[in-house]
Design a protein around this ligand. Sequence first.
Ligand SMILES: CC(=O)N[C@H]1[C@@H](OP(=O)(O)OP(=O)(O)OC[C@H]2O[C@@H](n3ccc(=O)[nH]c3=O)[C@H](O)[C@@H]2O)O[C@H](CO)[C@@H](O)[C@@H]1O
Ligand SMILES: C=C(OP(=O)(O)O)C(=O)O
Length: 429
Amino acid sequence: MDRIRIRGGAPLNGMIPISGAKNAALPLMVASLLTAETLVLENVPRLADVAALKRILSNHGVDIAIQGKRPGETTLTGQTLKLTAGTIIDTTAPYELVSTMRASFWVLAPLIARMGEARVSLPGGCAIGTRPVDLHLMALSHLGAAIEIDAGYVVASAPSGLRGGEIRFPKVSVGATHTALLAAVLADGETVIENAAREPEVVDLADCLTKMGARIEGAGTSTITIKGVPALHGATHTVIPDRIETGTYALAVAMAGGDVLLDGARADLLDSALDVMRAAGATVENTNRGIRVARNGHGLAPVEVTTEPFPGFPTDLQAQLMAITTRAGGVSRITETIFENRFMHVQELARLGADIRLDGQNAFITGVSKLKGAPVMATDLRASVSLVIAGLVAEGETVVNRIYHLDRGFEQLEMKLAACGAEIERISG
Ligand SMILES: CC(=O)N[C@H]1[C@@H](OP(=O)(O)OP(=O)(O)OC[C@H]2O[C@@H](n3ccc(=O)[nH]c3=O)[C@H](O)[C@@H]2O)O[C@H](CO)[C@@H](O)[C@@H]1O
Ligand SMILES: C=C(OP(=O)(O)O)C(=O)O
């Protein structure tokens, strides 16, 4: 199993290209199931999750072509996928394919919308909480699908098609909003989604569906209205830059010190996180090429942060933020409100010398003057990268084990950091 070795102490200087967003690319790929015509997606990141979803879509009959490199493109240029679901040959998404990743469950909605039936294994994904799917099922049943659970599978049918309806979510869910959108675009009549997720990835999906012929208003607000159409057509869409990758590297610079341009990053996708980084002592500047982050000379300040749905501070940056607070001059508080078990990184950060006390959904972090390298274990995607950030300043050598989690969501992480001066390498085997 591959590991990552880091020797701490080097500042980061230079440029890091930001990839297309994993959490936007995945639902966009799923949207290809809604039409027999070709959906062209540009700026798709090369990630294990993208490869896993390709396998799932192929199993349903989607033909996927990868466009070759064009002049001037490098190994870090996002790939272009051409997805054509001419004929859906199988409406079952089996456990073996769905269990590794949350987004794979999202095939349920387009399969019912287009085929009137689907059998999809209950999903996996990062082990950060119980992660039920009741809101997805509620949305689909409000649109007329009959649903039962059989031997670990959701079995759904709507033989005469879905019909528009009102969906009022009791809590904000990104995935359930994707499900509602993916189903409602082909339903007969109007659907109103109340308390919809406002995340940029929802907006990106709605933008792409609109290019495919869907009629959607209000994406990016908490009320989305969809007027169903009988069929969608092909389109070309470019995936938005990854705001979580952006925030992760910004926090890495805040931790290690230095001056880095996050090339292609969009500040409007992560304003609240950038505000927290400024409060922690980083200089953050919007430029015409992306975001410049620097910290030179002065130390890190403690912060008080609560994770919230967009536009609040994202849960997917909570672990990385916690890594930098371990070195702040004082006590920080981080409250996790989205997932009930997203503090798995705490005990691994403690191996490096961090001083963290957990009290329910709150973590109190007392900054220490130094961290010391040690072997640590990656437990989920964002927890893993928080250990890399801590390793960048830990004295001596940190070895992060089980990095297959990292490969799910960070494209060429060690290359991007090494190019800015980090002493980091992948050890294979
Ligand atoms: C692939 C992807 O895009 N994953 C992201 C997505 O996950 P995901 O879409 O799974 O997260 P949700 O927004 O759905 O989860 C938010 C909360 O709602 C709960 N819930 C969700 C669905 C449901 O049917 N019932 C229910 O109770 C969850 O357990 C959680 O407590 O949004 C999360 C919140 O920003 C991010 O951390 C994940 O990185
Ligand atoms: C939690 C994440 O992914 P997933 O929802 O697939 O587990 C993530 O991207 O941080």
